[in-house]
Write a protein that binds this ligand. Structure first.
Ligand SMILES: C[S@@+](CC[C@H](N)C(=O)[O-])C[C@H]1O[C@@H](n2cnc3c(N)ncnc32)[C@H](O)[C@@H]1O
Length: 228
């Protein structure tokens, strides 16, 4: 695969000026979007699978074609690894058999995270690897830390790791995480050294772009998401 990826172009000079207000709003106002039927059904399948394994959970949110889900399952054979993505096309690409301790789920994360929280899921580790950046300032609300579902992501607790090729996305995520949890997380450089966890990680690195991460250990805090 030829790795050519253009650097992010944004009209933001620094963290979005509306970030703190949006995070406060998400903490105060319930997210009223109804849960889609297909995600309900997909979640039930995942829930039964997880109960059957009785192993600590690793969640790979926005797993794309599922290569990271496979790699994490091989690295952590004592864990149950669930990759979630809304793209049936990406999930259906043939990347070989799934390890026994891995599951790929087609679902909308905005619903899936809320169902996971309601069901009492507590991932040991939660990855958000190279989410769509939405770099225009007007699209803040589409970045995970600007979205009303953000409190649910953090409420699940455990280790959380976000990676991006856009430093500002990671900086905003760290700021929002600090606002919600009081935990000071720093933007760190991520150097894969040939060991790529995802296709986007590989593509960006081979295009000469720097990669960034935000990592934190969060308490389980189900009350963070306001009730609807
Ligand atoms: C830029 S790709 C990164 C994929 C993979 N993590 C990687 O690094 O190669 C972002 C992925 O997030 C998924 N995604 C975006 N919004 C989503 C949502 N609301 N629910 C589920 N998946 C979503 C997209 O379908 C896409 O596969």
């Amino acid at each position: 695969m030829q790795a050519v990826s253009r650097a992010i172009a944004t009209n933001q000079a620094g963290p979005h000026e509306d970030l703190a207000r949006r995070v406060s709003r998400a903490l105060q106002h319930p997210l009223r979007k109804p849960i889609a039927d297909h995600t309900h059904q997909a979640f039930e399948v995942a829930h039964r699978w997880l109960e059957g394994r009785a192993a600590p959970l690793i969640l790979d949110a926005g797993c794309g074609v599922g290569l990271s889900t496979r790699a994490l399952a091989r690295r952590h054979p004592g864990h149950a690894v669930i990759g979630v993505d809304r793209s049936a096309d990406r999930l259906s690409r043939d990347h070989g058999a799934l390890p026994d301790n891995a599951l790929l789920v087609r679902a909308d994360l905005v619903d899936f995270w809320r169902l996971a929280l309601r069901a009492g899921w507590r991932p040991a580790q939660h990855y958000l690897l190279y989410p769509n950046p939405y770099p225009k300032a007007a699209h803040l609300k589409m970045r995970w830390h600007g979205h009303p579902v953000f409190p649910a992501i953090l409420a699940l607790g455990g280790g959380i790791e976000l990676r991006s090729n856009w430093r500002l996305y990671v900086e905003e995520f760290c700021l929002a995480l600090g606002q919600v949890s009081g935990i000071a997380a720093e933007v760190e450089r991520h150097v894969p050294e040939g060991d790529y966890l995802t296709p986007f990680e590989r593509k960006y690195h081979l295009s000469g772009q720097a990669l960034w991460r935000c990592h934190a250990s969060l308490p389980y805090a189900p009350d963070l998401l306001p009730l609807s």
